[in-house]
Design a binder for this molecule. Structure first.
Ligand SMILES: Nc1ncnc2c1ncn2[C@@H]1O[C@H](COP(=O)(O)OP(=O)(O)O)[C@@H](O)[C@H]1O
Ligand code: SF4
Ligand SMILES: [Mg+2]
Length: 324
C-alpha cells in the first residue's frame, strides 16, 4: 500500500488562557493521500486552522500540540524550527484567507516569487525570474510580465490570492494547504479561484487540503472530506458518499442548510439551531449534544470517538444516521 503523504494521529492542540487550558483541537486523526484533495469543513472556531498550524509548527506562543504528524514517514510535529522552515518553503505550501498577510507589502511580487525559487530550488536570478513569470502565467494573471513589478497593494483581492497560490506552488510542493482561500472574495472571483485550484490539482501531483466553512466549496473539488465540530473530527469519508448519505447529525444539518441551485433564494434554509460550543466550557459528553435532535443520556456522558464504519467511512456518534 502507498504511504500517505501526511499521516496525522491523535493530534490535539490546547491554548493556555489564564489558569485554564482551552482544548481547541482534540484527537484528530486522518491521512492525506497521494494526489488527493481533502476538504476540512466546519463552522468558524471548530479547530480547522489550528489543526494545520500545529502540524506546520505555526501555533501561537500559548499553544501546545501533542500527537503525531508524519510527513512521508518523518515525524514533523514539534520538529526543530529550521526543519519546519525548510519544509514549509519547499514541500508544504500554504495559502491563507488573507493574501496580504502572506505577502511582503514592500517587495514587488516578482521579487518575492523569484527569491523563493532561488532559495529553495537553487536557481540563478535569471532562471528564478523566468520561473516567477511562468508561475504568474500558470495562475492566469493578465499581463504577467508587467505584474512582476507590481506591489501586493496594487492588485485586487482575487489577483493577490492568485499570487499567493503562485508563491505556494513555485517550488512544486507535495502538499498545498489552502485555508479559506476564497472566503474574503466575492462570489464570482471565488468561483474563479476554485477553478484555478481545481486545474492546478489536475495538472500537478500536489495533494490539496481545502479548509472551509462552506460545504459548497468542497462539493466539486474534494475527493474526501473531514467534518469538524468543537475541535473534534466528527465524520470522514468520500465527498459523494457524505453528500448522499451523511452519518453524523451535524453533517446532515450542514447539508440541509446548504443552498443549492434548485432552491429559491427567497426561502430561508433551515439553519442548525443553537451555537457552536465554547471551548472554555466544553461538555463532558458529545460536543454537539446541545444542538442534536438524537441526543440521549449516553451522549451527555460519553464523548463519541471517530470510529471506522467501513474502510473508507468514519463517524463519531453514538447514534449515527443510517447513511441513506
Ligand atoms: N492563541 C490562542 N489562544 C487561545 N485560543 C485560541 C488561540 N488561537 C485560536 N484559539 C481558539 O481555538 C479555536 C479553534 O480555532 P481555529 O482552528 O482558528 O478555528 P477555525 O475552525 O475557524 O479555523 C477557537 O475557539 C479559537 O478561538
Ligand atoms: S453522539 Fe449523540 S448527541 Fe452526539 S451527534 Fe451523536 S446522537 Fe447527537
Ligand atoms: Mg480558520
Amino acid at each position: 500500500m502507498v504511504e500517505p503523504v501526511l499521516k496525522i494521529r491523535d493530534l490535539s492542540v490546547s491554548f493556555a488562557a489564564g489558569d485554564q487550558q482551552l482544548a481547541a483541537v482534540s484527537n484528530v486523526s486522518f491521512d492525506l493521500n497521494e494526489e488527493e484533495c481533502l476538504g476540512i469543513v466546519g463552522e468558524s472556531g471548530s479547530g480547522k486552522s489550528q489543526t494545520f498550524l500545529a502540524a506546520l509548527g505555526l501555533l501561537a506562543r500559548n499553544g501546545r500540540a501533542t500527537g503525531s504528524v508524519l510527513y512521508r514517514g518523518q515525524e514533523i510535529l514539534n520538529a526543530p524550527r529550521h526543519e519546519l522552515d525548510e519544509l514549509r518553503g519547499n514541500r508544504l505550501g500554504m495559502v491563507f484567507q488573507d493574501a496580504l498577510s502572506g505577502l511582503t507589502p514592500t517587495m514587488r511580487i516578482g521579487q518575492q516569487l523569484a527569491e523563493s525559487a532561488e532559495r529553495h530550488l537553487g536557481m540563478s536570478p535569471a532562471e528564478a525570474r523566468a520561473r516567477a513569470l511562468e508561475m504568474l502565467e500558470i495562475v492566469s494573471i493578465p499581463d504577467p510580465a508587467q505584474r512582476l513589478n507590481a506591489y501586493p497593494f496594487e492588485l485586487s483581492g482575487g489577483m493577490r490570492q492568485r499570487v499567493m497560490i503562485a508563491l505556494a506552488m513555485i517550488c512544486k510542493p507535495d502538499v498545498l494547504i489552502a485555508d479559506e482561500p476564497t472566503t474574503a472574495l466575492d462570489v464570482t472571483v471565488q468561483a474563479q479561484i476554485l477553478r484555478l485550484l481545481d486545474g492546478l490539482k489536475r495538472h500537478t501531483k500536489t495533494s490539496v487540503v481545502m479548509i472551509t466553512h462552506d460545504l459548497a466549496v468542497v462539493a466539486g473539488l474534494c475527493d474526501r472530506i473531514l467534518i469538524m465540530y468543537g475541535g473534534r473530527p466528527v465524520e470522514l469519508g468520500a465527498t459523494a458518499e457524505i453528500f448522499s448519505g451523511p452519518l453524523h447529525p451535524y453533517t446532515a444539518g450542514l447539508l440541509r442548510s446548504m443552498p443549492t441551485l434548485s432552491i429559491d433564494p427567497e426561502v430561508d434554509l433551515p439553519a442548525i439551531p443553537g451555537q457552536p460550543p465554547d471551548i472554555s466550557q466544553l461538555p463532558a459528553g458529545c460536543a454537539f449534544a446541545e444542538r442534536c435532535e438524537r441526543a440521549s443520556d449516553r451522549c451527555l456522558r460519553e464523548d463519541p470517538l471517530l470510529t471506522a464504519r467501513t474502510n473508507a467511512r468514519s463517524v463519531a456518534c453514538h447514534f449515527p444516521l443510517d447513511g441513506n
